[in-house]
Structures are given as C-alpha cells and as structure tokens.
Design a protein around this ligand. Sequence first.
Ligand code: UD1
Ligand code: CA
Length: 452
Amino acid sequence: MTLAVVILAAGKGTRMKSAMPKVLHPIAGRPMAQHVVDAAAALSPANTVVVYGHGGDQVRAAVTGERLQWAEQAEQLGTGHAVAQALPHLNEDVVLVLYGDVPLIRPDTLRDFVARVTDRTLALMTLELDDPAGYGRIVRDEQGQVTRIVEQKDASDEQKRIREINTGILACSRRFLNDSLPKLSNRNAQGEYYLTDLIAMAVEAGMEVVTEQPAHAWEVDGVNDRVQLARLERVYQRVRAEALMRDGVTLLDPARLDIRGQVTTGTDVTIDVNVVLEGRVTLGEGVRIGPNCVIRDASIGAGTVVEANSVIDGAEVGEECNVGPFARLRPGTELAARARVGNFVETKKSRIGEGSKINHLTYIGDSRIGKGVNVGAGTITCNYDGVNKFQTVFKDGAFIGSNSSLVAPVTIGENATVGAGSVVTKDVPDNGLTVARAKQRNIENWPRPGKK
Ligand code: UD1
Ligand code: CA
C-alpha cells in the first residue's frame, strides 16, 4: 500500500489579522504547516502535496520536506475543491487529508488511522464535543453506521444537537477520490464544494465509513486566530515539558520552560524558571540551568552549572564548567572541562582550555586559550581592525591583569604575566612579566586649581 498526504493550506486566515499566511504562524518557532508536514513525514508517505493559495511564494519558501509537492488553489471554493487541486499530483493507493492549521496531530494517531483504510473503507477522524457548534456533524443511522456529514450551516435543529463532530481529517483510496471529487456540487448553504459530501457518496457506493478518535482532543484543534495559536503553543509546551520530566529532568515550573527544537538530556538535569531551549540542545547528566537562560544549538557537559540570565548560542561547553550569571557564549565557543566564564563576559569563536577562568567583564573573540589561564576583569581581545579579524593565543598558565587590551594578532606566552591596564601589541614571551602602559608619575604637594 502506498500513501499520499494532502495538506490543505489555502485558507486566507482573515482572523489572524496578519500579512503572513496563517499556516506560517509558528508553534514552538516552527510554522504550523511545517509541524503538519513533519507529522506526515513520520508515516513515510510516497508523496505529500500541500494545497496553497494565499501567500503561495511565502509558504513555499518557508515549508520544506522530502518529496513535497505544491498545488495551487487560486480560489477557495471549498475543501472538496481544494483536495481536487491535489489530485493530478497523486498516484498512490491511499490518500490522507490533513490541515495546515491543525498543527499538533501526532504520527501515532495518524498511523492507526491510515491503517484502517481499504478499497472499501473510508476512515474519518471524529470527536465528541460538549459544544459542537460550528463543526460538521456526524450523522449515523439506527445501527450506528455513519451515513453522512452535515455542515453546521446546513444542519436541522435536530442535527445540531449531535455532539460527534468532523475533525476534517479523513483517509480513503485514491481511486474513490478520483471517482467522487468530480461529482461534488456546491448547492449548499455556503456555495462551496464540501469534502464532507464524500461521506454520503461512500455510503451510497456501498463502502464502510469507520471512525477513529485522536488520543488527545488537542491533536485536532485548529487555529483561526492568535488566541487559539497561543493556546496550542501552551499545549505543545506542556507536552514537551512532561516528556522531559518523564525522562528524569527536574523542572522548577513546567509552565515556564519553552522548547523550540530538539533536546537531549542526561539524568538529573535541573532547569529553573523562564528558560528557552532552541535548536539542538544537549544537556549532560546533572547539568543545572539557572533562571532566565536562553540556550540555542549547544551542548553542555555533565555537571556543568549555568547561572541565571546567561545566553549560550552555538557553543560546546565541557564537563563541570561554570557559566554566568549574565554570560554570553556566542557561536564557535568551546569550553574545556572545568572552565569558568563569569558575569558580563562575551565569548565568540574561541576555545577556552581546561580549568581556565574568565570571570568578569571581558570580551574574548577569535582566541585560543590554553589550560589554567586566568583572564582578569575587563580584558578585551581587540580582534577586529575594522576590516579583518585576527587571532589571540593564550598559552597554558598565562595570567592577564585586569583591564588589558590584547591587540590581535598576538600570542601570550606560557606562564606569562601581563600587568593590569596593559595594551599588548607585541607577542609576550613565556614566563616573564609584561607591562605595557604609561608609567605612574607622582607629583608631590600638587596645588589643586581653585575656583576663579
Ligand atoms: C471544515 C469541515 C467541517 C469540520 C471542520 C473542522 C468541510 C466542508 N467542513 O469546516 O465538517 O467540522 O472543517 O475544523 O470540509 N481550505 C482550503 N481551501 C478551501 C477551503 C478550505 O484549503 O477552499 C482549508 C482551510 O485553509 C482550512 C481547512 O481547509 O485549513 C478547513 O477549512 P474551513 O473553511 O475552516 O472549514 P470549516 O468550515 O471549518
Ligand atoms: Ca475551520
């Protein structure tokens, strides 16, 4: 059995009140439509077709996937018409219809659902709601067999009391779509070609309509406005946070962690409040993350402590390091084991050796720092001449006095000491003391100027 997925994403999304197409609004930093494409991809379909309309170029640029195809629906004439636009791209046995604005559908739910489709069986995803208003209702006969779907605007008062609703998600054979989509009519309250009219056609053709419910109601929740978008963002984050806790991570407040990517954790990781994890993040065993930290595309070694208000981006932090509070590690930073980077320190494209310390108010860019180096408060690597960037090398055991400027390219020798306030423009030899600053002059009994 080969599978194709059709994702409907042509709607205007008027209620978003946005210049951006609705399906590009993000959940956890990723466009809603990308969530759907990714969920579909987990089923390894032979083909995925996104039906787009508004902002087609933007959608095509922002959503990616394997074997992804695009079908334009220039005018939104209804969900049946939308699927018909995908039809010319389809050759597979079974077709699954999903929605670009229903972002949290889970692959497991879809797998069980698609498995029910045969030549003679159409699968429909439904849900029982206390308040079914607005949805298409599932009409069943006395035997409990589904006979049709009636849209809210076409429903009788009696039908409006039905609490089982159509989520919109359905799957059936491509052959049945081929035969039935051209027969849809738009003679209904909305003047649209309803995909839901396929149900009555299937029944008429002697097919069976089977229904499945998602494991969680939020899987089939759609987004029409930013209130619903925010609500689903919170659902998504709660699910991610619970998964982390089940993996052995302590979260001081699961409602105050946001995950926008892939996170791998060792045991006994502790994360304090208001932390954002983005991209690919790996946290080793026993790592502790303080409050208000942002960690993006980084790995943090076992036993490392990241104190409050630190930003770590594109960095590799070794084991048992100390970072922050208020540290900023920028892309290309590597900390070896037991290194320390303290408050108001910024690092970029630099390797900091084992046990080295940069504790306060420092900029380290394009540097190689050896083992056991001590970089005093206020040290700046002057790595940029306005055009080019240059390297600074700190050999093992070097000691840089406070408020020194190291004008790259420059090398600080092994166990060398640089006096505080130096402006170092030439290489510093091993083992010595280098002082590169104006000599202090003391003028005795100097008369202070008085007021004229
Ligand atoms: C649809 C279903 C309804 C179901 C509800 C679930 C039909 C006729 N009705 O109603 O039974 O309970 O979803 O939310 O299918 N779209 C297009 N092109 C179009 C029309 C729609 O791509 O021409 C897309 C929209 O972008 C949206 C989805 O299809 O993602 C659903 O369209 P919408 O107009 O919201 O359908 P409903 O009236 O809510
Ligand atoms: Ca809808």
